[in-house]
Design a protein around this ligand. Structure first.
Ligand code: PXP
Length: 237
């Protein structure tokens, strides 16, 4: 089974644009789960334009499926994660002010830092995943950090998929083979949508989880949140 984790950052962005608690982020998380989501993902960024640090404890209380907090491992972020103990923490190399995550870790250059960070989180009982591009050397280096999983950065896949599907998936298939071989669990995310998700899943059968935000929330504007979540689940089935 591939778990669908709904990234609710864009719901927080909408709420923050007016200053009041509308839409209610906590209710959205509960509703997503009721509509079939198998996880909730948040990405608290340093400028807190999306999910805020103060949202995390309330989310932790209501999420009953799988709670995934992703972000750049600053000391403030690590403290937040350790205090709130999500099921999973996905470490992302996005700098403060980044519009969105647009590359994976260079696990060779940052191996020492990642190794220390991974074990701090694991010592707190939190599963760790590293956001990464499908590059063989970096997968081996990721394994050395002790991480439980990797999350493939699928932005380039989504971009190329519209022109050349087979080419778009090939690096990910090769990388998934390596992950299986060395014992790294596979998650994926970024720019996945109702057009490209089924093809990705069908070529990466070992896929444990996808986290999807932007396209899913945009689809929900037209199709409704319940219907949309059902359609994404169908694409993964
Ligand atoms: N994974 C990571 C690490 C991300 O930073 C994001 C965006 O916040 C996503 C997945 C989800 O990407 P999208 O919003 O394009 O579905």
């Amino acid at each position: 089974m591939t778990r669908l984790s709904v990234n609710i950052n864009k719901v927080a962005l909408l709420r923050n644009s007016r200053g009041a608690n509308f839409p209610d982020l906590i209710k959205t998380a509960i509703d997503c789960e009721e509509f079939g989501a198998q996880g909730i993902t948040v990405h608290p960024r340093p400028d807190q334009r999306h999910v805020k640090y103060t949202d995390i404890p309330a989310l932790k209380e209501v999420v009953t499926t799988e709670f995934n907090i992703e972000g750049y491992p600053s000391e403030a972020f690590i403290d937040l994660v350790i205090q709130n103990k999500p099921d999973q923490c996905t470490l992302v190399p996005d700098l403060p002010g980044a519009l969105t995550s647009d590359n994976g870790w260079d696990t060779i250059a940052h191996q020492k830092f990642l190794k220390t960070t991974v074990s701090r989180l694991q010592d707190a009982g939190i599963r760790v995943s590293l956001f990464i591009d499908p590059i063989e050397d970096r997968l081996y280096a990721a394994k050395e950090t002790g991480t439980d999983r990797i999350e493939f950065y699928t932005g380039p896949y989504a971009h190329l998929y519209t022109q050349e599907k087979a080419q778009a998936i090939s690096a990910f298939m090769a990388a998934a083979y390596v992950c299986n071989d060395i014992g790294l669990g596979i998650n994926a995310g970024h720019d996945l949508n109702l057009d490209n998700l089924k093809f990705f899943k069908s070529h990466i059968p070992q896929l444990l989880e996808v986290s999807i935000g932007h396209a899913l929330i945009v689809d929900a504007l037209y199709l409704g949140l319940k219907n949309t979540i059902q359609l994404y689940l169908k694409a993964l089935s």
